[in-house]
Design a protein around this ligand. Structure first.
Ligand SMILES: Cc1cc2nc3c(=O)[nH]c(=O)nc-3n(C[C@H](O)[C@H](O)[C@H](O)COP(=O)(O)O)c2cc1C
Length: 347
């Protein structure tokens, strides 16, 4: 989850504490926030990047520390991203809009010169050289991620960022080989997937976060996600995470518990790469049911984990499962804390 706390793309002490608390969480996989593959692909000045040696060194420090603390078997992933027309913005807690002229904005890129919303920067449509550069930047960040020792690399092709912008007919109005038909709109994201797969050993999982729906007339629907997931699988992608929205400012999203799970279930049933569900999944019983019923192979939790980095421990308690605590914290377990039920009213 984006922390908007990096300096020219380099991880800070905030990232160290942020990731180390999850390192001991017993989560199966910890995904480092959207990390820009080129400087202009950052959402904000504070976004993490992996476009320079300094970025790589800063992340190496954080990852090494997190790994030293991590429970055995914990996988660390990194999400590689390019913000496209949603780059050059303020952090949400600074307003979240496009950077004003006195906050060092930069030109943004997209498939077509269509701004995200009224008042947002009009993007430059990527030309042939720009497309090539973007594919190369993803591949180079894939190489850096491999050197850093990540267990998985996840391509961000959702939430209205560059790869999603190419996929959606609402943001991609190109008339060349990268626009028009679904095949053409998938071309850049698939080139990126193949280029990253080519430089990343098979021992490192390659995933992608994709869009189950644009929630807007004429936009992407779940059948597009199925088609894209199949093509990604053929390109060597091992898993997809099915999210939605983010590309259309006026989209009406029917929020509710597990509101995107049905998309994941459809993609999983139709295509078969390992599938992750995300979105308003918070209760242990809910997460358990999604996996047990075969709607997804695994689930991702965002806000529930920010709220409670000990979510796994608490879920295990609720579901009567065994989880090993870091030995330093072993006395937290109810089994080792007689009377805990008398003094732990919060959860
Ligand atoms: C603070 C914050 C930062 C986020 N950063 C990212 C990100 O870097 N990459 C991404 O794909 N989604 C990001 N998201 C979206 C979440 O991954 C997730 O898809 C969304 O919050 C819905 O899941 P939840 O209900 O479990 O929070 C972020 C969400 C929050 C709250």
């Amino acid at each position: 989850m984006c922390q908007y706390s990096a300096s020219d793309g380099s991880a800070s002490d905030w990232h160290l504490q942020h990731l180390m608390q999850y390192a001991i969480s017993r989560a199966g996989m910890i995904v480092v926030e959207a990390t820009a593959v080129e400087r202009r692909g950052r959402i904000s000045h504070g976004c993490l990047g992996l476009y320079s040696d300094a970025n790589e060194m800063a992340l190496a420090r954080v990852l090494a520390a997190a790994r030293r603390a991590a429970a055995p078997g914990t996988a660390f992933a990194i999400q590689l991203a390019h913000a496209g027309r949603k780059a050059s913005c303020q952090a949400p807690f600074q307003g979240g809009g496009p950077l004003p002229s006195d906050e060092d904005p930069w030109p943004v890129l997209a498939p077509s010169a269509i701004p995200f919303a009224e008042g947002w920067s009009v993007p430059q449509a990527l030309d042939g050289a720009g497309l090539k550069r973007v594919v190369g930047a993803f591949a180079q960040a894939g190489e850096r991620s491999t050197r850093l020792g990540f267990d998985a690399i996840e391509l961000h092709a959702a939430h209205g960022y560059l790869l999603h912008e190419f996929l959606s007919p609402l943001s991609n109005r190109r008339t060349d080989a990268y626009g028009g038909s679904a095949e053409n709109r998938m071309r850049l994201p698939l080139e990126v997937a193949r280029a990253v797969r080519a430089v990343v050993p098979r021992t490192i999982a390659l995933g992608a976060r994709i869009t189950g729906s644009d929630w807007a007339d004429g936009g992407l629907v779940v059948e597009d996600a199925i088609q894209f997931a199949s093509a990604l699988k053929a390109a060597g992608v091992d898993y997809v995470c099915v999210s939605s929205g983010g590309n259309i400012s006026h989209a009406k999203i029917p929020l509710g518990p597990g509101y995107q799970v049905a998309f994941a279930a459809k993609v999983r049933a139709a295509t078969g790469p390992a599938t992750r569900a995300v979105g308003l999944i918070a209760a242990p019983e809910q997460a358990e049911a999604i996996v047990a019923e075969g709607q997804a192979d695994f689930v991702a939790l965002a806000r529930a984990f920010l709220d409670d980095p000990r979510w796994v421990w608490h879920a295990a308690e609720r579901l009567g499962a065994q989880v090993s605590y870091p030995p330093q914290y072993a006395r937290v377990s109810r089994a080792n804390w007689p009377g805990a039920e008398l003094v732990r009213p919060m959860r």
